[in-house]
Design a protein around this ligand. Structure first.
Ligand code: F6P
Length: 535
């Protein structure tokens, strides 16, 4: 199938079969029940719904899904041409059609010796991709050399990454995770994203200008928050007596001219095909590379690459990103679950839900298909969460006894990086206990103590939180988002929905700083009244 001719999910025979199957088996008094499914199938259910890839183990058995649904969902992936779109992405075709761009983030984790393996499915693209890989190899080598020099430069004690969205969430989460996993060293690495000056001011008060390197990370080098923070950091640097802006500020961007105009000493470039939320593998990972070093960065890429190979070559039935995406579609479009809770049982992964919110909701929060037709079905659910076990003492009440069913995704790590006795077994026991309690429920001796059970969850497990394992996990999430978008027939790689708010912000910011009548600037009485109060 040509990727351009792929049907949308609701146009396939598999979709109609799934609708029929759902109505017959998952609705009504004798609807599918997880407890009964395990009573019937025992350990075989775990085998059928358990998947391993690139060091990530996934147990999908505690979801509201049966063998027939799984079989039909596999047909759905086939009929929607998921593999054709995947191969087109890997071959560098312009699959981001609304922006006429290829999607190149996967190539940023390819080692030069991996070129043939990744593109073996598209020999005609060999030349273009080989060129891209050569450029990437040069960029990566410059990046890692610079990161190594910063790590070795005793004069620099602090690095501040200024960026937002994909230029912040991924690198920030990775540094936090690998620091907790004992894999970060070198200078302290900080992250500033918010337009709210409290974030930057709070950090600057702890820094010395002569000992700080600012990394201004922005694909466009025009994002309002980042430009404001970068300008304030540069003004602070000058006010502290700093003169060598070129040594203390570097840019990471696809817009080299704007980086030079800002006065940064160097620009670490990357290509337009890398979407912000997929960019941590590219030069946007500079602050990450400074924190985890060359070996750590390369291991992160290698872990992701192992997942890429799995995704590129494993049949749909055993392909972990595909299976997770199919489950997402099943939960969203058939069960109609409006949200998914992510509960990472590792302190280092506490920002994983925030990172996933951008990855999933910016990619797949779309309401029209690739041809511009309004969708008659739902797309991305609300993704939210909090580190376990903290979440248990906040919102798990609702997960167990609330009126909505929310699938929970437990993410656990077997080996801890600390030596404190007693913690890890109890932490993991809590994750297991929650998943079991959600499924089993409890009759209770009063209505308030009744737990309905039959509540779905997925369990993702890493052996340890090291660069390779984390790389594989993040690549898994990226491909899962890609597959769900492919099935829904949407463009997962644009983000026009964030533009309108930006357009409104500029005149309002201008009017807030002037004496003119607010109505003139906004034409909206509610905004105008608030502006009068704010002045
Ligand atoms: O406004 C949304 C967005 O464009 C994201 O997609 C992106 O990750 C973020 O802003 C930051 O963009 P940039 O890296 O160009 O500053």
């Amino acid at each position: 199938m040509n990727w351009r001719d792929r049907p949308r999910c609701d146009e396939t025979p598999a979709w109609a079969s799934l609708q029929r199957h759902f109505a017959q088996r998952f609705v009504g008094a004798d609807a599918f029940d997880l407890r009964q499914a395990f009573a019937d199938d025992g350990a075989q259910r775990v085998e059928r719904f358990g998947f391993g890839a690139a060091g990530v183990w996934a147990d999908l058995s505690r979801n509201l899904i049966d063998d027939d649904a799984q079989r039909l969902l596999n047909q759905l992936a086939q009929q929607c041409g998921v593999e054709a779109l995947r191969d087109a992405m890997l071959a560098g075709e312009c699959i981001n059609t609304s922006e006429q761009r290829a999607v190149t983030h996967v190539h940023w984790r390819s080692g030069s010796n991996q070129v043939p393996a990744l593109i073996q499915k598209a020999p005609e693209a060999t030349k273009t991709i080989a060129n891209l890989h050569r450029q990437i190899a040069v960029s990566r080598s410059e990046l890692l050399d610079f990161a190594g020099a910063v790590r070795a430069d005793g004069a620099i004690t602090d690095v501040v990454n200024i960026g937002i969205g994909g230029s912040d969430l991924g690198p920030r989460m990775v540094v936090q995770a690998l620091r907790a996993g004992g894999h970060a060293s070198g200078p302290r690495v900080h992250f500033v994203a918010n337009m709210d000056g409290h974030e930057l001011a709070g950090l600057l008060s702890q820094l010395r200008a002569d000992r700080t390197l600012f990394v201004v990370a922005s694909k466009t080098f025009g994002t309002a928050e980042t430009m404001q923070n970068a300008a304030s950091a540069r003004a602070w640097f000058a006010a502290q007596g700093g003169t060598d802006v070129a040594r203390h500020f570097v840019g990471v961007s696809a817009n080299a001219a704007a980086v030079a105009a800002f006065g940064a000493g160097r620009c670490f470039a990357f290509d337009e095909g890398v979407g912000g939320r997929f960019s941590l593998w590219s030069s946007i990972g500079l602050s990450m590379a400074i924190a985890i070093g060359r070996a750590g960065f390369e291991a992160l890429l290698a872990g992701a690459r192992a997942m890429d190979q799995h995704f590129a070559s494993t049949p749909i039935e055993r392909n972990l990103p595909v299976q997770l995406a199919l489950l997402d579609v099943w939960n969203r479009n058939f069960h109609r679950f409006a949200s998914r809770c992510v509960a990472p049982y590792h302190h280092g992964l506490r920002r994983l839900p925030a990172y996933l919110q951008q990855l999933e909701m910016e990619s797949n929060g779309k309401r029209v298909d690739l041809r511009g037709r309004a969708l008659p079905f739902d797309t991305a659910p609300v993704v939210w969460g909090e580190a376990g076990s903290n979440g248990q003492h906040a919102f798990f009440q609702m997960l167990h006894q609330g009126t909505q069913v929310v699938p929970v995704e437990f993410v656990a790590v077997r080996e801890p990086a600390h030596a404190l006795a007693g913690h890890q077994p109890k932490l993991l026991a809590n994750a297991l206990a929650q998943a079991r309690a959600l499924m089993q429920g409890d009759q209770g001796d009063a209505p308030a103590r009744h737990f309905p059970g039959n509540r779905p969850s997925t369990f993702l497990l890493l052996d340890r939180l090291d660069p390779a394992g984390l790389g594989a996990l993040l690549a898994l999430y990226e491909h899962r988002v890609f597959v769900a978008g492919a099935i829904w027939g949407i463009n997962s790689f644009d983000q026009w929905g964030v533009e309108l708010g930006k357009r409104h912000a500029a005149p309002i910011a201008q009017a807030l700083g002037s004496r003119g009548e607010p109505e003139g600037a906004t034409g909206d009485p509610s905004t105008a009244a608030l502006m009068r109060r704010l002045r």
